[in-house]
Design a protein around this ligand. Structure first.
Ligand SMILES: [Zn+2]
Length: 159
């Protein structure tokens, strides 16, 4: 798991690990095993991120003088966004809600303009075919595309 985590933290994937293992004269990890650990690591990151968000929200409430978890508290926030790659052409971005008093990020949303499943199915069935539209109706709720339009609008100020 540690070697998969290390490869992922470098922004690399299974084939990079394969090349590394070949050069180090080590046994090669199968892509199935790599993806198994990748999924476990993602689950761990999501769990830790959610736990951290809960703790931060509690701290922010306390900073505004709230002692009860069920209190609704008026707070001042700003919104900002960023992209995975430079420029305004990235397919993956993140929007963050930042508390003005503490400076903590209290909520975020990762937005994607790409869905690998949609891409593959468009190639197989054709984008404007009835088959694709029928398939898409069943896929819509599971689609990775969470942002449509320009990448620049991910970071725009919203109320
Ligand atoms: Zn999709």
């Amino acid at each position: 798991m540690r070697i998969v985590q290390g490869i992922l933290s470098l922004g690399l994937g299974c084939s990079a690990l394969e090349k590394f293992c070949m050069n180090m004269n080590l046994n090669i990890m199968s892509s199935r095993t790599f993806n198994f650990y990748k999924k476990k690591i993602l689950g761990g990151h999501l769990f830790a991120a959610n736990q951290m968000l809960c703790n931060i929200r509690k701290d922010v409430k306390e900073a505004y003088g709230s002692r009860n978890d069920n209190d609704v508290v008026d707070i001042g926030v700003s919104y900002d966004g960023s992209w995975l790659t430079r420029g305004h052409t990235s397919n993956i971005g993140i929007g963050c809600v930042i508390d003005l008093l503490t400076g903590f990020v209290i909520d975020f949303e990762v937005m994607s303009k790409r869905c690998e499943e949609c891409q593959q199915t468009k190639l197989a069935l054709g984008e404007d075919t009835a088959e694709f539209h029928f398939w898409y109706e069943g896929h819509r709720d599971f689609c990775s595309i969470t942002h449509v339009g320009s990448s620049g609008s991910i970071g725009s100020k919203q109320q």
